[in-house]
Design a protein around this ligand. Structure first.
Ligand SMILES: [Zn+2]
Length: 413
């Protein structure tokens, strides 16, 4: 049976009917609707010569045994955010089903091929993303904290996952699944506007951004708005305001996709009759290159000290969170580029702002690459999320080509 990309589109619509409502997709992990989606996925693969299992973290695996035990993994997640779109997550596993069908029809592949549906990529119910993939990658280091997490109804995370036969204490045993993994492939909607703005259906993902998040606090002196002359003020907001404008310059100077955002400023005392005494700023900086990210950070720190001096205030930095950039495999990026050019004529390489399961797998040392397909208006995590059907079909073809090329490469290596 040849690859039938139109079937993927039809199946995605079927899944939308089965697990969505007038507000969008409702496949939130660890719910009945999610379990229905997982059962549906299982039915789609019924009758193929696959071994099926669910690991200790709740990830679903289907294995097509090949001549070698070394495995090419194709993955994604079927869970969605509440009121989500029809494609985020689901496209990657449903396209994976079509590729595995085609491979199974062709007989036993040169290496083993495994399809994985990661459990709870979105973290929508408990605020912890990448649950299943981080367990398999061995990077789930926050089990003590996860034990305390509760959803909006007060249900604890261990109880919620337990209802789906996952024991939190044993989740890390899912690590054994990545033994023998030689490559990991994931298709995803872009969830941003870049490919649409370039008029391209498909792109190849270079990796996921490193992130530096800080709270930057400027401290001056509260003083009466009427009696304090302009040249006698120690206005904390003046420092913050200068920094907000400067981070845009820093991002454009560093370039290569750099983004800097001052996502919030809280001023105190925050009344109209007082000069601002403290301004607490939340700063988010992202880059695909670790050195350039570090440069952006040190530039912003230096600028903040200069502005503090100019305004006769103090400044203090506190790190909230950070993660290093995660780069995908250069050989697989080449293969993905080739596959994309073959089906779409042109390819484009771009970083990913959002994290994905692929980042966890790459972090675990498995050579990884992702394909992006254009998102209309860059929208995602809303029922308005959409992609042209012809582009969805191209993306299934590209994933199929990439799977073949990767199997050949792993078999040869
Ligand atoms: Zn996703």
């Amino acid at each position: 049976m040849p690859l039938d990309p139109a079937r993927t589109v039809a199946e995605l619509k079927e899944l939308r009917e089965l697990t969505g409502d007038e507000n969008g997709a409702q496949r939130v992990a660890w719910t009945e609707t999610w379990e229905r989606a997982r059962g549906w996925l299982r039915e789609k693969l019924d009758g193929l010569p696959l071994e099926e299992e669910i690991d200790e973290a709740g990830n679903q695996w289907w294995t097509l045994r090949g001549a070698s035990d070394r495995a090419v993994l194709i993955g994604g997640h079927i869970d969605s955010v509440p009121n989500g779109g029809w494609l985020d997550g689901a496209l990657n596993v449903v396209a994976g089903v079509e590729v595995v069908r085609r491979l199974a029809e062709d007989g036993s592949p040169a290496v083993t091929v495994r399809l994985v549906n990661w459990a709870d990529e979105e973290g929508a119910r408990f605020g912890r993303s990448l649950f299943g993939s981080s367990a398999a990658a061995g990077s789930m280091a926050d089990q003590d904290e996860l034990r305390q997490r509760r959803d909006a109804e007060g249900v604890s995370l261990p109880d919620a996952v337990g209802a789906h036969d996952v024991e939190l204490d044993r989740a890390l045993e899912a690590r054994s699944q990545l033994e023998g993994a030689a490559a990991y492939l994931e298709l995803h909607i872009e969830q941003g506007p870049v490919l649409e703005s370039l008029g391209l259906p498909l792109g190849v993902v270079l990796g996921t951004f490193g992130v530096e998040r800080h709270q930057v606090t400027f401290r001056g002196q509260a003083a009466h708005a009427g009696s304090t002359p302009m040249d006698a003020r120690r206005d904390a907001l003046a420092g913050a305001a200068k920094l907000e404008l400067e981070i845009r310059e820093i991002a454009s100077r560093v370039g290569d996709g750099a983004v800097c955002t001052m996502g919030g400023v809280v001023t105190r005392p925050g009344i109209v009759t007082s000069v601002v005494e403290t301004a607490e700023c939340l700063l988010d900086q992202r880059h695909l290159d670790a050195h350039q990210l570090a440069e952006m950070l040190s530039n912003a720190e230096a600028a903040s000290r200069r502005f503090a001096q100019e305004e006769h205030v103090e400044v203090e930095w506190e790190r909230i969170w950070n993660i290093e950039p995660i780069l995908f495999d250069s050989e697989l990026i080449e293969l993905a580029d080739e596959s994309t050019r073959e089906v779409a004529g042109e390819s484009h390489r771009l970083p990913s702002g959002p994290l994905h399961d692929a980042a966890e797998v790459a972090r675990a040392g498995v050579p990884t690459v992702m394909l992006f397909v254009q998102s209309l208006r860059g929208l995602s995590h809303t029922k308005l999320e959409d992609t042209k059907e012809e582009h969805l079909e191209l993306s299934v073809q590209a994933l199929d080509r990439l799977a073949d090329k990767t199997i050949a490469r792993v078999a040869a290596g």
